[in-house]
Structures are given as structure tokens and as C-alpha cells.
Design a protein around this ligand. Structure first.
Ligand SMILES: Cc1ncc(COP(=O)(O)O)c(C=O)c1O
Length: 383
């Protein structure tokens, strides 16, 4: 007898009920207004509203139009893409840069073009969802190694002797805010002839003097390393990039599907990111201001300061995290609220980010408020 599957309406209702029950329901409200102190965004340097960056976006749109009009290999490569790639190279110390339409597509493009048949992928256990998706799409077998653990990576690489291996990590992790031991990971990869891909989404603009952690460690330009990054966090725009040696760029132009089959980055975003990259390269005080504010947040919240802009405050559970976020929102402070499945270690948390453009005293006051809300929540759950 033919069985009838559950109706789509019923299935959607069931999924929604399950999310509510587990306290992991998500919504996308419009929250930002100028009265709020925003410690939730990834606009770490405040460049998305910088008049120079906005003017560059306007100028690029006026000169080249609202969209690139075609994929890069057809007629979508515009002078503004060349300017962008040059400014990213100058900022990060890499000889070649290739722009993508997002950081997500940069990761998908790079990983799938570098892995595939005959290769194996090893991901840090806390790697971003885009790297996991990329590994799945690559059709290579893949595993995770213990977070920030060069010894575990080494042991796994030993077992893959003779196999072409791509290892992917983040430089500064997006949720916990901790830095990767990049020099050690790079040495382990080198010893096994593995290629190391470093996602600098949260490193560019923040680590070192703004050129990213790879650059700060003197590793930029290494032939056995490749960097991916987004243009949507510290650079305040939209888009992504892969930074590499020139032969790798040529390979990606020829094989990265998210480069080949995707319309070129919109001129306004490319113009904005070009100007932002130039500003970051010229003004190392911006990265220093992020670190100063990150230290204030950590001090006020009573946590150990993490490496970059992201400071992570653990909560008892998802419901407590949501309640704390709502209470802070009502008091005019925006913080991120991360719960399973978006937390790599299963611990719900508030994610509080430092912003270079906010006055120190505003940051201190807002972080003090976070602390009092978190402490009250902890007391209530002890009762
Ligand atoms: C580590 C990491 N990689 C990649 C991305 C994706 O970047 P984008 O938002 O530009 O697609 C993000 C942003 O969410 C990220 O945090």
C-alpha cells in the first residue's frame, strides 16, 4: 500500500515546535538604530560607516554600475576588482589576491578547487560552517582534528602518509575568539607536505597591525599556505578573497566553481573594500583600538581576554543566553547570542565584540552591564 508522506505544512510546524522546545529558535529582527551600543556586529573597525569607505562605494557604483553584470571570466572583471586585489595584497603581504562574492564562496571555491579526488581534508574541530560545507562539497574524505592541537594534527597526518592533504583552520576563531597556534600548525603541515589553508575572517584588520595573523607571524607568501578572508567584517563591505602565490591564483581562476559560475563582486562592495583595505594598511592604530576595547570588555566581564575582537561569555544554557541577550537589548546594548548548533563546544554564550570606533567609556559601561546581567542569570539558575 502506498504511504503518504507528512505534508510540508505539518513538517514545518513540527520543526518549529522542536526548535522552540530546545530553545534554539532564531529570528532576524531589525535591531540596529543609532541609540543602541552595538557589541554584536563584526564591523570591528567601524569602517562600514566610515565616510571614506561609503564614498568609495558610491564612486564605484557610479563609475561601473550597480552590478558587475557577468561572471569574472566573461565580462565581469572590472578595474575596481584589480584595485581591490592589489590593495588586499598590499595589506596582507601576499603576492596574489582573488576576489569572490563572499567569504563563504571564497572558502567553498578554494577548498573544492584544491581537494577532490585523491585528496584528504583535515579540519580543525572549531572550523567555520563554510569550511565544513566546502569539505563536504569537495567529495574528498574529511575528518576533524582536535581544536588548536598540533600534536593531534601530526598524528593524523602520519596516518595519511603519501596522501595529498589539505588542512583548514581559522586564524582567530569566530565564536570563542581564540587564536590558532599557526606557527606550530604550519610546521606540522610542512613536515608532512600538507597544504595549510587559514581562514582570516576574524584576523584581517585585527591581528598584528591589521594585516592578519599570517602576516604578523611572517608567514605571508609561503608556497605551502593559502589564506581566505571575508571583506564583510573588519573591512566593513561585502565579498571574500583568497590570498596566495600567483600559481595558486591561476589555478583558482581555472577551477574554483564559486569564482567561475558566480557573478563578479558588485562594484560598490569592491570599491568600499578597496578603500577599507587601504585605510587599515595606513592606520595601524585601528587594530590597536580594537585590542584596547577587547581588553576592557574582558576586564568588565570578568573573563580572560581572547586574541581578537570577539570576547566570549559562557552561559548556563540556551534559554539563559537568550534571556540575557533580551535583557541587554532592552537596556540598549546589542550582544551576540550563540547556541547549539552554532557553538563548536556545545556551550551557549554571549558573544561580545570590540569596535574601534566606540568610545572606551561607552564600551566599559556596556560591558559592565553585560557582567551584571550574566551574574544575575547565574544566581537565578543556582536557586
Ligand atoms: C570564519 C568565517 N569564515 C567565513 C565566513 C563567511 O564570510 P561571509 O559572511 O563574507 O560569507 C565567516 C562569516 O560569517 C566566518 O566567520
Amino acid at each position: 500500500m502506498k504511504t503518504t508522506p507528512m505534508s510540508w505544512d505539518q513538517w514545518l510546524a513540527e520543526r518549529a515546535a522542536l526548535r522552540r522546545e530546545r530553545g534554539v529558535e532564531r529570528t532576524d529582527p531589525v535591531l540596529r538604530d543609532d541609540t543602541m551600543i552595538d557589541l554584536a556586529s563584526n564591523d570591528y573597525l567601524g569602517l562600514s560607516r566610515d565616510p571614506r569607505v561609503v564614498a568609495a562605494a558610491v564612486a564605484a557604483a557610479e563609475r561601473y554600475g550597480a552590478g558587475a553584470g557577468a561572471s569574472r571570466l566573461v565580462t565581469g572583471t572590472l578595474p575596481v576588482h584589480r584595485d581591490l586585489e592589489e590593495s588586499l595584497s598590499d595589506l596582507t603581504g601576499w603576492p596574489a589576491a582573488l576576489a569572490f562574492s563572499s567569504g563563504y564562496t571564497a572558502n567553498l571555491g578554494a577548498v573544492t578547487a584544491l581537494a577532490g579526488r585523491g585528496a584528504h581534508i583535515l579540519l580543525d574541530a572549531h572550523a567555520h560552517a563554510s569550511l565544513h560545507d566546502a569539505a563536504r562539497m569537495s567529495r574528498s574524505p574529511y575528518d576533524v582534528f582536535a581544536h588548536n592541537d598540533p600534536a593531534d594534527l601530526d598524528a593524523r597526518l602520519r596516518r595519511l602518509d603519501g596522501v595529498r592533504v589539505l588542512v583548514a583552520v581559522e586564524s582567530i576563531y569566530s565564536v570563542l575568539g581564540d587564536a590558532a597556534p599557526l606557527a606550530e600548525l604550519c610546521a606540522v603541515c610542512r613536515a608532512h607536505d600538507a597544504l595549510l589553508l587559514v581562514d582570516e575572517a576574524h584576523g584581517i584588520g585585527v591581528a598584528g597591525e591589521g594585516g592578519g595573523l599570517v602576516h604578523a607571524l611572517g608567514l605571508a607568501g609561503a608556497p605551502d599556505l593559502v589564506v581566505t578572508a571575508t571583506l564583510s567584517k573588519s573591512l566593513g563591505a561585502q565579498g571574500g578573497t583568497v590570498l596566495s602565490a600567483p600559481p595558486m591564483r591561476d589555478h583558482l581562476v581555472n577551477s574554483a566553481r564559486t569564482f567561475i559560475f558566480d557573478t563578479g563582486l558588485a562594484p560598490a562592495a569592491a570599491g568600499a573594500a578597496t578603500e577599507a583595505a587601504r585605510i587599515v594598511a595606513r592606520e595601524p592604530e585601528l587594530a590597536a583600538a580594537v585590542h584596547e576595547r577587547a581588553a576592557v570588555i574582558a576586564r568588565e566581564c570578568g573573563i580572560t581576554a581572547a586574541a581578537g575582537a570577539v570576547q566570549s561569555v559562557p552561559m548556563q544554557g540556551p534559554l539563559e543566553a537568550v534571556a540575557a541577550r533580551e535583557e541587554l537589548r532592552a537596556a540598549g546594548v546589542l550582544v551576540g547570542c550563540f547556541r547549539p548548533p552554532s557553538v563548536p563546544d556545545g556551550v551557549s554564550r554571549l558573544r561580545v565584540t570590540a569596535r574601534a570606533d566606540l568610545p572606551l567609556e561607552h564600551v566599559a559601561k556596556a560591558a559592565g552591564l553585560v557582567r551584571s546581567v550574566v551574574d544575575r542569570s547565574a544566581e537565578m539558575s543556582l536557586r
